[in-house]
Ligand binder design. Sequence first.
Ligand code: MEV
Length: 312
Amino acid sequence: MGKGSGYGKVILFGEHFVVYGMPGIVSAIDSTDAEVTKAVKGINIKDERKTAKGYSEKKRLQQIESIERMLKAMEVDPKIGLDIWIGGSLPGFSGLGASAASSVAIAKAIAQELSLQIPDERINQIAYEAEKAYAGNPSGIDNTAATYGGLMWFKKSMASGPDTVEKLHMRKPVEIVIGSTGKVANTKAMVEGVAERKKKNPQKYDPLFKQAESLAVAGRRALEASDLKKLGDLMNENHRLLQEIGISSKELDMLVDLARKQGAFGAKLTGGGGGGCMIALTPGKDLQGKVLSAIKSLGFEVLGTKIGVNPY
Ligand code: MEV
């Protein structure tokens, strides 16, 4: 049996804008594990992740396409039979990079089962190919976070060169709360929607993209100085930009407002939007617990974790 795992992530700055070469800041969170065994025939998936209702069903076709893309990128016979088990502590909620985390986990497990020596750099490229099934035209931020973990600065290369990936440090890990709207979102449709609206209305969108770039730069400075008040304010500002490009939702805005009212330093949607998850910056166990309980009391799924923890 081959085993592998990949990190989930939260984006602190720059989702959607990263697709167009703006910088983004991402932190790895919990991970997805995979186990793979050769089978007589077919790709047989047993998905035991905790998920939002309907997640596995809605993602099923994209998941199959992603594995086909993965096998092609790995130059493995597409007719191979494989039993694939997926589990781990990262929940299958939209917005947390669950698809990229599972792609990295599965690619590593396949490599181990087939005795292929594949370095992480190549695993990352393979997961990028697989991610196209879920995101259409992905920036690469999710698979990069899923492969290496940690806290990082990511800038997609818009030419043929490599993406810019830099490790970031905080003085100490900081508590966050993740709230899930419970709505399964289609990242591909969200990315395509932004592309269409941007094309139709460059006068509105171009300045917003410039602002997103400045925000990420300021966010990096605040993060590296552990200026958490500033970091929270900038996250709030990032949420406003995401609202303007049309990717927030009623539930996301409601959870973001609720978290801020409970004292979160900042809150924003995270990932593709249109449902999925939001994050709140809640330094200290007390504040984290307060925001967590408030969201939970309304019947939403929550996850309390930290940014700046995992190695890279
Ligand atoms: C999804 O986690 C992040 C998006 O920016 C898509 C991508 O960068 O590939 C929405």
